[in-house]
Write a protein that binds this ligand. Structure first.
Ligand SMILES: Cc1cc2nc3c(=O)[nH]c(=O)nc-3n(C[C@H](O)[C@H](O)[C@H](O)COP(=O)(O)OP(=O)(O)OC[C@H]3O[C@@H](n4cnc5c(N)ncnc54)[C@H](O)[C@@H]3O)c2cc1C
Length: 194
């Protein structure tokens, strides 16, 4: 869209994933989120008989919040979405994207596999700072560990298992709670058994 001279998607440029996942999570970064540009979505939603029906929902129906939505809560499946963007200037938008991506490269461990930012930002705090101040920079279980570059990320240092990732997350939450009394909620979702 930036290349075509439309503005609004720049902060989302470095977020990996699909449109459906982005809508469900209300993906966002650097002061911008899906909520700012979405108008409606076509979804499949279960009716009272348990069958999935096609429906168009509005932005208001989606109840988009900080990494949350009615799409997630009500197990809808997004099949398409409509966005509204303003006409802008391609060169300006591409420069903004380069800036955001540069900041990501400098601050985030994108050279190692991860599921992105592991924890939500607790009100009044920064998850990474709480973890760092708990002495957990680089803390690891097996091959999974708190990123040395950015403590808000749990990374796979090579061959980590899902169970190791989960143990790091659980232990970090417990230690931060013991030290600071702050409950770290995860931004990542757990699917399966650990
Ligand atoms: C290196 C890295 C950096 C990241 N940076 C950011 C960031 O800056 N900001 C941010 O918000 N996120 C970030 N993420 C997290 C992730 O990229 C986003 O949450 C993204 O929107 C997930 O999209 P996905 O298609 O991969 O969905 P998945 O991760 O596969 O799924 C996420 C959730 O959405 C649901 N879902 C997926 N597709 C659909 C669909 N079609 N309909 C309904 N529900 C669906 C899934 O069931 C699941 O609950 C980052 C991840 C990584 C690995």
């Amino acid at each position: 869209m930036a290349k075509l001279g439309y503005t609004g998607t720049e902060p989302l440029a470095g977020i990996p994933g699909s449109i459906g996942g982005g809508v469900a999570m209300n993906a966002g970064a650097y002061g911008g989120e899906i909520k700012d540009i979405i108008e409606s979505a076509e979804v499949l939603i279960k009716d009272d008989t348990g069958l999935y029906k096609k429906k168009v929902i509005t932005k208001e129906d989606m109840k988009l919040g900080y990494r949350s939505s009615s799409v997630l809560k009500e197990n809808m499946v997004v099949t398409s979405a409509t966005f509204v963007m303003k006409k802008g200037d391609a060169e300006t938008s591409l420069a903004m994207i380069a800036d955001f991506n540069g900041r990501r490269r400098d601050k985030q461990p994108i050279e190692l596999p991860s599921a992105g930012s592991t924890f939500k930002r607790p009100t009044g705090y920064f998850a990474g700072k709480l973890i760092e101040d708990s002495g957990l920079r680089g803390y690891s279980v097996g091959n999974a560990g708190v990123s040395v570059k950015h403590c808000g990320f749990v990374v796979n240092n090579g061959g980590a298992t899902a169970s190791e990732v989960k143990q790091v997350i659980d232990n970090v939450r417990e230690i931060v709670f013991t030290k600071f009394g702050v409950i770290l909620e995860t931004e990542v979702r757990f699917i399966g058994e650990f």
